[in-house]
Ligand binder design. Sequence first.
Ligand code: HPA
Length: 290
Amino acid sequence: MGEASPSPDLYAQAREAADFVAGQSAEAPRIALILGTGLGGVAEAITEAITLPFAAIPHFPRATVLGHAGQLVLGRLHGVSVAALQGRFHLYEGYPPGQVTFPVRMLRLLGVDVLMVTNAAGGLDPALSPGSLMLLRDSIGLPLLAGMNPLAGPNDELFGSRFPPMAGAYDITLRHMALEVARELAIPLAEGVYAMVSGPSYETPAELRFLRAVGADAVGMSTVPEVVAALHLGMRVLAISCITNAAPLREASEATPVVELAHADVVAVATAAGERLGAILDGVVRRLAS
Ligand code: HPA
């Protein structure tokens, strides 16, 4: 054992959590949704719902962020058994990447093979105005590139292989489905690259210009750790950002004073866009069901 041993604790803990959740509902979920800031309402369409507060699930971290209910909803959408996390964990809460991704590993052990991830993000592409939706085509996980990768440490083969490729992280079939659904519903859905930063401070204009220069269209503080863990686990991933604000690429001056970005505004814009985002996810689930 020693250095080369996997992390039996994390696997055992995820197993224990999954067994607990499995004991609460008759059916294993196939599809899971992670609902980001202000987007928890997307779970309202779930029927025969069973709600479990995160605190009731063994080894589960606690949600500390306003706009996150902190509960797991199990039930059905279009006849498919689903699980929705209303709330998630972030690096900025002080959780290590292994804790941030704990729910994803538990969901996999429950039987989930399609993960739909949502988040609130700032728009770097000027075409992405507040309230718009962006399908993730790719991502830049800055904290992960710098060592905060949920797969760092001994690899647990029970979860996946040592060097999982990320080139096809955002499943092309699911992306096409989402774009088709959006088109049918006449909901504008952009496609772009999401940059993850650790936060919790918002970015400086210089940092935002840096992110824009390296190809990012939107910036947020989540999602990439969960996606990496999901890929490691062999899941298919769909991710959509709700653009809650335009990220200020230009420095403030006397003529254009600094615009304060309030978390409450982020929650409000995401909540308003939640209905459109929910309709797209709902449509993709319907297609996967048929
Ligand atoms: N930056 C980082 N995270 C965010 C933003 C932002 O502008 N808006 C919502 N989440």
